[in-house]
Ligand binder design. Sequence first.
Ligand code: NAP
Length: 474
Amino acid sequence: MAYQTINPYTNELIKEYPNASDQELENTLTVAHSLYKETKQQPIQKRAEILHAIAAKIREKADELARACTIDMGKLLTESQGEVELCAIIADWFADHGEELLAPDALETVATGTAEIRHHALGVLVMVEPWNFPYYQIMRVFAPNFMVGNPMILKHASNTPTSAQMMADVILEAGAPKGALTNLFLSYDQVEHAISDPRVQGVALTGSERGGASVAQAAGKNLKKSTMELGGMDPFIVLGDANMKDVNDLAWRMRIYNSGQVCTSSKRFIVMDNVYDEFIEKLKEAFSKVKPGDPLDPKTTFAPMNRKSAKEKLQKQVDEAIAHGAKVVYGNEPIDLPGQFFMPTILTEISKDNPAYTTEMFGPVAHVYKVHSEEEAIELANDSMYGLGGTVFAGDPDHGAEVAAQIETGMVFVNNFMVSLPDLPFGGVKNSGYGREMSKLGQLAFVNEQLIVKADKPNMDNLAGALVATQSIE
Ligand code: NAP
């Protein structure tokens, strides 16, 4: 597989990167494993200082990083700038909170003595990351695991190699030891080989169900811990008494931010009948106002998709949806620019037997459903094999939270847009994967939760739960 940066706005090949050799992978595993052993002897405060320095270096290089990201995968420069700043925020947060989150947890026990759980590093991790947020996806795994002391090998997407290498370089330049994060241009076979290596103790993947299933299978076969952040078809439920000004202001952004290529984009708008017509009109109006163009130009408000094959796949999905009876209420027309643009599109009348009902469209296409009751809205929201995120707009936020609690996903936001911040756990259920990144849950994703029970001497009165022979030896 070729690692190439092809600018999706100009279609120009900017740079090609050679694949890593098996020897490079072996050398990296050796360096990373030695670092794991060394790090165990070092105080966590040292890593916190380095992580703060990484945040500072990211901010210092923000312009360079943001430009590279936009050229790699096409998002608006302002979106790249936001992503770069978010990485610095994540690094600072784990530097500030990692020590406290990793402190031993005392346990109450009837056993003699005291009991606690200590959180130790596990060893080298492999991370497999996608192109849609080339820096943020790295930082979500890197920052907590750097604090733990797990060295990491990064296999990034084949179409964002420049961003991958730049972030790895910035991390090293800021003072992280060699081996803390090594970016390698690996083949799928090499990823599997790395997972099977005894020095590797875990794998974190963000990507499609297909990629996730394959990497999770390799992890399972080798009994390695894994976390999977996969696709989503997040519902956006609009109840009949929702504040429609807020809804209309946010719904379009939540579909076309990052050109619709976000796992937690609202992909299914489920709207109560009394506000449905207004919702459709305002969504059409907002979609019609976007300005496609060069994503590096600050006047552009709508970016190309990340690559030609992604646009072609989306067009095929939309064509198939229409062939199965979906109605195009807006969009699905060519945009007369050389880049990989897909016009913001609204599809309605998607029946249960339409492939669009169950297929994630990873681009700026909104599916809108009309419902007649809250129960119908919840049932439709849950009629999906995905379970990543979701949004509920309700007149009463407490009632909105009750509806949210009935949605089978890992995250739901009420009367607000979906955000991803280091203090909030991120992840899903069902085919959207398992495990959580960020927050305390992400901090503890790859640790050895080691139980230590300490007593002055054995207490023979306390044998009820003892896994030892209870008869006396005389
Ligand atoms: P993808 O094809 O699965 O690619 C993601 C990463 O996995 C890339 O680095 C890819 O490498 C690698 N990969 C794929 N198959 C692999 C295999 N068999 N062995 C080793 N590595 C493998 O995903 P995508 O379609 O580009 O990304 C979009 C998907 O990711 C969407 O479904 C989206 O919803 C999901 N996503 C989820 C989250 C989340 O946090 N839940 C966040 C963002 C995106 P190559 O590029 O070399 O193929």
